[in-house]
Design a protein around this ligand. Structure first.
Ligand SMILES: Cc1cc2nc3c(=O)[nH]c(=O)nc-3n(C[C@H](O)[C@H](O)[C@H](O)COP(=O)(O)O)c2cc1C
Length: 154
């Protein structure tokens, strides 16, 4: 069974709702899923290496920076070998701000720089996900899962 780890930072619950939509879809497809909050759960950086797919969700605050609760994790990414690890990034922001969902770009760029194989879509949602956004969450996860299948098939 393929294993998926979803890590998220969410201050008002919007990114968390995206995470929940992804977990429901993955579980319906019989993936083994672990969901962890940067704020409330302990995350050992090495555990990323135990999963076939890692999805990282962050809200954007303070000029689109990485949320403070995910900063330590972001710094620790340097300590593991992410070469060819399959990772997707997503989150909620608000287009009212100059840099919409910038934390997702910062996280995605860093992971790519460190050699991870990034899911091409970096999923950004305006504030609270609506029904259409939930479908976008599912499509994002499907895209990622197809990449797992490709890896297994090689
Ligand atoms: C102080 C503050 C700064 C913010 N800065 C940004 C920003 O730079 N870019 C952006 O896209 N959204 C920004 N936002 C909007 C949040 O990212 C948005 O409300 C998002 O839906 C929060 O997601 P969450 O509920 O998962 O925490 C900001 C919100 C606050 C309160």
């Amino acid at each position: 069974m393929n294993k998926v780890l979803i890590l998220y930072a969410s201050s008002t619950g919007n990114t968390e709702m995206m995470t929940e939509a992804m977990v429901s879809y993955l579980e319906s497809q019989r993936y083994y899923v672990v969901m962890k909050s940067f704020e409330f759960d302990s995350i050992n950086i090495e555990e990323l290496l135990n999963y076939d797919l890692v999805l990282i969700g962050t809200h954007s605050a303070d000029d689109g920076e990485i949320p403070f609760e995910a900063e330590h994790f972001y710094d620790e990414l340097n300590d593991i070998n992410l070469k060819d690890r399959l990772i997707g990034v997503f989150g909620s922001g608000e287009s009212f701000y100059d840099v919409f969902c910038e934390s997702i770009e910062i996280m995605g760029d860093r992971l790519e720089y460190l050699g991870a194989r990034l899911v091409p879509t970096r999923l950004k949602v305006e504030l609270e996900p609506d029904e259409k956004d939930r479908l976008r969450c599912e499509a994002f996860v499907k895209e990622a899962c197809e990449m797992i299948e490709e890896t297994v098939g090689t």
